[in-house]
Design a protein around this ligand. Structure first.
Ligand SMILES: [Mn+2]
Length: 373
């Protein structure tokens, strides 16, 4: 706090006015960002690591932290993540906003590099540091993140909707005005994280959104949300809907084909919006794995529990109260879920949901499909 400038103090006052109750955490926002900068400043360079297949929240959080570090202390900073960016909207976000993210297969670093893990914890297995002995220097996250006690800097706030809110508060506290593209990325991160009623905006998220509105570009945000889709996407969707079966308010769908892994979650998101559906299981073959997405409506069970019960002993998965994802690894040779696995999954899913109906009806009647071909 010794180097605190008067502008920064003013910004903190603005912050106090903006978020009121959100400061109950004790430590002031500026104190947190200063402490992070102080720690990172002891290294020659920094690498920010997101979870694999980085989503808008991971990308925007990393980008804002990179901005904070380079602008305040000038430490050269990379932003990296493993896997790929698959969802059409997210790819379009990257194309339009050009975040400084690099997708890499492996991560090399030495002890002169500060490592900052964002939007996931060390106990998670879907990041480039998983299974390695090196500890990150810092973790910034909003998930239930155990095992961070030994990390030098930890800012984990489960009450905020997005990690992006935490990173944006650092910028605000430091008096750094984000350029339009970064502000739009942060805004988009907050929008996507609250989809499907999974999380709701905390007072801090609301203050951040208000502040970001001064800098973000609403037209760019709308363009991202209307991202161009491939022709295959429509094929996946039609075939998925034709293959969705209902057992009372429980839906089960195995996609006959999926051009990309993201479509599994998107079909689940679409079906859970059906008024008559309260629980959805969606699966598809990607490579040699079966990828699964589960969604539950509010008041209709915990998606993660239902998924884990369904996959017990044959696969694994995790997620949130109403959205969960999982996988059965290495069981497929062709492009469809093998019959015996399909049957097993259906019966396990219905058992987990305590379904009273065992005979399914199609979401769209077969007659209708055939008639309109
Ligand atoms: Mn997140």
């Amino acid at each position: 706090m010794a180097t605190q400038s008067s502008t920064a103090v003013e910004q903190v006052d603005t912050y106090h006015e903006l978020s009121g109750t959100a400061l109950a955490h004790g430590e002031s926002e500026l104190y947190r960002s200063r402490r992070l900068l102080h720690i990172v400043g002891q290294y020659e360079k920094a690498t920010i690591v997101t979870h694999d297949n980085p989503d808008p929240d991971a990308i925007a959080t990393g980008w804002a932290l990179r901005e904070l570090i380079t602008r305040r202390i000038g430490v050269p900073t990379r932003l990296v993540g493993g896997g790929a960016i698959v969802r059409a909207e997210n790819r379009y976000m990257v194309e339009l906003l050009q975040p400084p993210i690099e997708l890499v297969d492996r991560l090399d670093f030495d002890d002169r590099t500060a490592i900052i893990l964002v939007d996931c914890g060390i106990a998670a297995t879907h990041h480039l540091l998983a299974g390695r002995r090196e500890w990150p220097t810092a973790v910034i996250d909003h998930h239930v993140t155990p095992g961070c006690d030994s990390v030098e800097f930890c800012d984990i706030r489960q009450d905020v909707a997005a990690s992006a809110s935490i990173a944006a508060m650092y910028l605000l506290g430091e008096g750094i005005e984000p350029e339009a593209k970064l502000a739009t990325a942060l805004q988009y991160a907050l929008k996507t994280e609250t989809k499907g009623g999974e999380t709701s905006y905390s007072p801090l998220d609301r203050s951040v959104l208000q502040w970001l509105a001064n800098y973000a570009d609403p037209e760019m945000l709308a363009e991202i949300e209307d991202a161009p889709l491939s022709r295959d996407y429509y094929g996946d969707m039609v075939l998925a809907l034709q293959n969705t079966f209902l057992y009372g308010d429980i839906a089960f769908c195995l996609l006959p084909r999926a051009e990309g892994s993201e479509v599994v979650g998107e079909v689940a998101d679409l079906i859970i919006r059906c008024k008559e559906v309260h629980r959805v299981f969606c699966g598809a073959v990607i490579g040699s794995d079966v990828l699964i997405s589960v969604r539950t409506a509010k008041g209709h069970g915990n998606a993660t529990q239902l998924l884990q019960e369904t996959l017990a002993g044959i696969g694994h998965g995790g997620g949130h109260d109403h959205r969960a994802g999982g996988k059965i690894a290495g069981v497929c040779l062709g492009d469809r879920v093998p019959c015996e696995i399909a049957e097993e999954l259906k019966s396990r899913w219905l058992t987990s949901c305590r379904a009273t109906r065992q005979r399914g009806t199609r979401l769209i009647r077969k007659q209708e499909i055939v008639k309109h071909l």
